[in-house]
Structure formats: structure tokens, C-alpha cells
Design a protein around this ligand. Structure first.
Ligand SMILES: Cc1cc2nc3c(=O)[nH]c(=O)nc-3n(C[C@H](O)[C@H](O)[C@H](O)COP(=O)(O)O)c2cc1C
Length: 255
């Protein structure tokens, strides 16, 4: 009861602090201070939860076996999907275009399925990357989290899904303001006449907007390999996780 009371007080305090401009500016310093003072650590943890970002609760596993390392990465990816301030909420997707040039762009990580080994993002089907992916589905996904100091480099095969019942269920579950992006008349990357002002998009969009839904695509990236780099005081650590039917295998690599 006493503990609960203390936690509630901390939540109120953390909420006030997180909401302030000052709080947003100094939270990285709180994180640094928290390593030496355990009550400050508890406060910072709640604070970070309220700010929709994360703290690394447990150390990054050493690179001696595959399962704990994969479990750690998997948990971080789940957090990346759920928390929009988590660094893994954004990933860079590298593709090859028709002329053989590498291309890369930032997207939002929308889904992670550890059993199926898939990462998912949403996109406008009219965007140039969709054509590129349909011609060449090999991609590399790249993420770096400065809190845990872990970089992930994931070669994957991308499949563009559109118009089916699963895609519709994701459309219906997506936020109204996210759906609104698909209401633009212009395709992403389309050349615009300089004098022509862009029409504002609606702030939200209902699920029954069929034209916007027809533009909504889900890109599912399936992988069997992941390169994990941990920036570590003294000596960095790096390993390659390879999946086979007997599970994940770890090969340690020089960083
Ligand atoms: C923070 C951020 C998040 C983004 N999220 C997405 C996304 O989830 N899906 C997407 O297709 N584009 C997203 N974009 C835009 C892409 O980076 C890119 O500009 C756009 O998709 C066109 O890419 P393309 O010309 O390679 O097709 C995002 C950009 C930023 C800066």
C-alpha cells in the first residue's frame, strides 16, 4: 500500500515533469544520473514511461549465446512498435532502384512478429519504393537505439500486400490521422507545378474512404539473419544471428 502510494506520487510528479518543456530538454541527463541513485532511477523510469520512451531495464546480453540476445532484440522491437519515442519506432529501409542505385528512406515500424520473423511498415502504394520492391524484394532494414546503444542491420525479403482482408483490418485499426495521409491527390514523389499550392489534407479520415484505402499498402519484411552491434565501453560487441529450424545460431564477429 505504502509502495503503491509512493508510485502514484511519482507518477503525478513524472507526468508534470514530462509535460514541461524543461522536462523534455533535460530527460537525457536524468537518465545519466539515474545509474548511481536507485530512487532517481525509479523516478526516471516512470518519467520515461510517461514520455512514451524507454529505459533499458536489463543489460544488453553478452554475445555468448543466441537466445538471450534474440530475446533482448525482440523485446526492443516490441517496444519500438508500441512507443513512438522509442528509437526503433523508426527504421531505415534500403532498396535498389531500377537503375541499380541504392535508395533509402525512413519509415515507421508498425509490426513485429518474432515467431514469423517479420517486420512490417505501411506505405502509399503509389510511392516509388513500391515499384522498386516489386521488381527487387531484397531490402536491408537499419535501426539504432542510442539508449541501449544497439544497432540492428537486417537483410530481408519484402512483400507488398494490398486490398485483402488482413490489410483492411490494419487499415481499420490505424489511427485516423495516419489514414489521412492517404487522402492526398498527388502521389509521393510526383513533380508539382511550382505555383500550385498543395491542398491541406484532412486531419483525420474515416475507415470507409475507399479511395484512400486503395492506396494503402502493407510491406511485410521476412528475414532469417540479423547483424547486431552493441557499442560497449572498452570493446564493442557484434554478432550475426542466423535462424534455422533448430532455432537461432549466433556467430560472433569482430566489431
Ligand atoms: C519520421 C518519418 C516517418 C516516415 N514514415 C513513413 C512510413 O511509415 N511509410 C512510408 O511509406 N513513408 C514514411 N516516411 C516518408 C518516407 O521516408 C519517404 O519520404 C516516402 O515514403 C517516399 O519514399 P520513396 O520515394 O522511397 O517511395 C516517413 C518519413 C519520416 C521522416
Amino acid at each position: 500500500m505504502h509502495g503503491e502510494c509512493q508510485r502514484n506520487d511519482a507518477v503525478v510528479l513524472a507526468d508534470r515533469f514530462a509535460g514541461s518543456v524543461f522536462g523534455r530538454m533535460i530527460w537525457p541527463y536524468c537518465l545519466g544520473a539515474s545509474s548511481s541513485v536507485s530512487s532517481a532511477k525509479g523516478f526516471c523510469k516512470i518519467l520515461l514511461e510517461r514520455m512514451n520512451t524507454h529505459i533499458v531495464d536489463r543489460p544488453v546480453p553478452d554475445f555468448s549465446s543466441a537466445e538471450p540476445l534474440f530475446a533482448f532484440v525482440s523485446e526492443m522491437l516490441h517496444q519500438g512498435v508500441a512507443m513512438n519515442r522509442h528509437a526503433y519506432h523508426l527504421m531505415t529501409v534500403a532498396t535498389l532502384n531500377a537503375e541499380g542505385w541504392p535508395d533509402a528512406r525512413v519509415v515507421v515500424l508498425r509490426g513485429w512478429d518474432a515467431a514469423a520473423r517479420t517486420l512490417r511498415f505501411h506505405t502509399d502504394l503509389r510511392s516509388p519504393k513500391v515499384q522498386a520492391l516489386e521488381a527487387q524484394p531484397r531490402v536491408t532494414l537499419l535501426m539504432y537505439d542510442p539508449v541501449s546503444r544497439v544497432q540492428l542491420r537486417i537483410p530481408a525479403l519484402a512483400e507488398v500486400r494490398k486490398g485483402d482482408a488482413w490489410v483492411r483490418s490494419l487499415w481499420e485499426r490505424s489511427r485516423p490521422d495516419s489514414r489521412a495521409c492517404y487522402a492526398a491527390d498527388e502521389a509521393p514523389g510526383e513533380v508539382l507545378a511550382t505555383e500550385e499550392p498543395l491542398r491541406d489534407l484532412p486531419l483525420t479520415l474515416d475507415t470507409d474512404n475507399e479511395l484512400a484505402f486503395q492506396r494503402f499498402g502493407v510491406v511485410v519484411c521476412t528475414f532469417t539473419r540479423m547483424d547486431v552491434l552493441h557499442l560497449h565501453a572498452g570493446r564493442h560487441r557484434r554478432g550475426r544471428l542466423d535462424w534455422s529450424t533448430s532455432g537461432w545460431q549466433l556467430t560472433r564477429l569482430a566489431p
